[in-house]
Design a protein around this ligand. Sequence first.
Ligand code: GRF
Length: 212
Amino acid sequence: MKSLVILISGRGSNMQALLEAVFPVDRITVISNNPNATGLEIAKKLGADISIIDHRIYPDRQAFDTALAEKIDTCQPKLIALAGFMRILSDSFVQRYHGRLMNIHPSLLPSFPGLRTHAQALQEGIKIHGCTVHFVTPKLDHGPIVIQAAIPVLPNDTEKILAARVLQHEHRIYPQAVRWFMEDRIRLSENRVEIIDSNVNETALYSPGLPE
Ligand code: GRF
């Protein structure tokens, strides 16, 4: 049985894109550290199993991570996908799931790790921005890159406008990355990701270019 675990903390739009995508999976479990995450309602509606592990009831990060890992292990997931999961995971947690822990980040990594990526991008005046799906390593927002989408930054962009445009592409590339993984088409060696048997519609750099 192929199982997927998705970790969320809030809105859950990337989770929704994953739940609505088609790939070989028998069971999807959504786990939230936030009991009020709006994504939980969406997950329920879309038929995923849901579980809440509220970080606030644990004395420290290690205790929370242990409880989270225990829950994850009952699902025996092939892959764990972080989708707007707003907790920093301990090194031991990350190492335990080495090679099967993915994240989506709203910038072209390694530029702009951390929060407020769109504000940072505008502040720096960069002309190209985007989003990245990567394997998780102990260093925050860092790790072997699976797929990126690059978009132009336009003269009238605000943080909100840019975030919305990037988000559309997040919803496109995350399902693609997870599909590759679930189809056993990702080869990970050192810091490199190779996509096995990719065709012309499945590029690991998606770039829609300038608007018409
Ligand atoms: C997304 O921008 C994602 O890249 C980042 O957090 C945001 C979560 O949004 N890690 P959502 O909960 O998936 O809507």
